[in-house]
Design a protein around this ligand. Structure first.
Ligand code: IZC
Ligand code: ZN
Length: 408
């Protein structure tokens, strides 16, 4: 058993919004004791060693919304964006999601895996120890399965834990052009049962948005997923108000994500149904939008709010969750404690892993990050640099001085 002590430990325990001057014990990768300093003498006696850290310790970050596995990149869209083209205009012109679908279909399993592992290392050195990863750039059976198999393999081979999500309802693929109903039927009757049979996804997500999937179409996808026993997520009210949050509440989704254009009724419904809001401030920033999800209002109304990167090649090409944290502070005006809760315990709820990760509490995985920061405010205040000094995953040191040190 090893005891770690630090003057500033943000445990993320429900209801505790300040850091403690404390310690925690780790045995076989699990947290077995947590408390305020001084360390009790009887516990200290049993420890192999006591390690003291300067700086600030937080639970490992959980990035609850990413499109990790994809081929290619879309930097070619930057000039179009600068010339004033909107996300949907680029999408309708054959760019956007469909351009990444083309590159993902063309990329081999081995190359997709190599690329995803590289992104995961970048996430890890910025403090992320659990990642939700959506498919949705294959759309056909073979490519969706290929991407989900990559998720499964990287989960086994890389220290970061992957929470896999099937997101066939991300766009309608070219082979179903003009036949969205046919595509929905294909997903429900063919792809989802195969994904379920192979145990390749915990969640099913859908892009409920004007010109993508209507509320009625999304509901059909969600119902199909629910009938097969999947947990639900939904991309809701990202670009225009669309009653996506209301749908999430009605369908009993675990989370509704984006919510830049959420309605007052949607917020109320989410609070009542216990739907976690996963907000993606770096996406507003990258889309050059002045609109950010009303995070403060949601918190006031009793909605659990998580913050994630939305890592994807089109609307948020960053693996760095600290980027989303800065924007959450300076654009959404969330406090450092609200933001840290949003990337730890609340994010754990968004992926249904709240029993095992997301806080420094007895019984949870010893996933934690040591920041080169004198308090929690400093983590969010120190802009544009990586404040992570060390990362521990299941009690093992995996990042030291901003470099990965786990055995590959
Ligand atoms: O590739 O544009 N919003 N899906 C929904 C995305 C953004 C990813 C993309
Ligand atoms: Zn997304």
């Amino acid at each position: 058993m090893i005891i770690y002590s630090c003057k500033n430990i943000f445990t993320a325990k429900e209801g505790v919004d300040t850091a403690i001057d404390g310690y925690f014990a780790v045995e076989d990768g699990i947290i077995t004791a947590v408390g305020e300093n001084p360390i009790p003498a009887d516990l200290k006696e049993k420890a192999e060693k006591v390690e003291h850290f300067e700086g600030t310790i937080c639970p490992g970050f959980i990035d609850a919304h990413t499109h990790l596995v994809h081929g290619g990149a879309r930097e070619n869209e930057l000039q179009m964006k600068l010339a004033g083209k909107s996300y949907i205009e680029i999408h309708n012109a054959g760019g956007g999601i469909n351009s990444t679908v083309r590159s993902t279909r063309e990329t081999s399993h081995a190359d997709l895996k190599k690329k995803a592992l590289k992104h995961l290392d970048t996430m890890l050195i910025h403090g992320t120890t659990t990642v939700e990863s959506k498919s949705g750039y294959g759309l056909d059976m073979d490519t969706e399965i290929k991407c989900l198999e990559v998720n499964k393999e990287i989960n086994e081979e890389h220290p970061v834990d992957i929470v896999p999500t099937y997101m066939g309802a991300h766009a309608t693929p070219p082979e179903f052009k003009g036949n969205k109903d046919g595509y929905i039927k294909y997903m429900i009757e063919e792809v989802m049962p195969e994904v379920k049979k192979r145990g390749l996804a915990d969640f099913v997500d859908s892009f409920c948005e004007d010109e993508i999937f209507s509320v009625e179409e999304t509901e059909r996808v969600m119902q199909g997923a629910k009938d097969l026993g999947f947990n639900l997520k939904v991309h809701a009210d990202e670009i225009v108000p669309f009653n996506g949050a209301e749908l999430a509440a009605k369908m009993g989704a675990v989370s509704a994500e984006h919510l830049m254009a959420v309605s007052d009724q949607g917020i109320k419904d989410m609070a009542k149904a216990g739907v976690t809001a996963v907000l993606l401030p770096s996406t507003s920033f990258f889309l050059m939008s002045p609109i950010y999800a009303p995070a403060k209002k949601m918190i006031e109304e009793g909605v659990r709010v998580a913050i994630a990167t939305d890592f994807n090649p089109g609307s948020s090409p960053t693996e760095n969750l600290q980027m989303s944290m800065w924007v959450a502070c300076f654009k959404m005006k969330l406090t450092p404690a609200q933001i840290l809760r949003g990337v730890t315990l609340n994010a754990a709820h968004a992926v249904k892993r709240e029993k095992t990760v997301g806080s420094i509490e007895v019984g949870k995985q010893a996933d934690f990050v040591v920041f080169d920061a004198k308090n929690i405010d400093f983590i969010v205040y120190h802009l544009g640099v990586n404040s992570v000094s060390k990362v521990f995953k299941n009690g093992e040191l995996v990042v030291d001085e901003r470099r990965v040190v786990y055995k590959k």
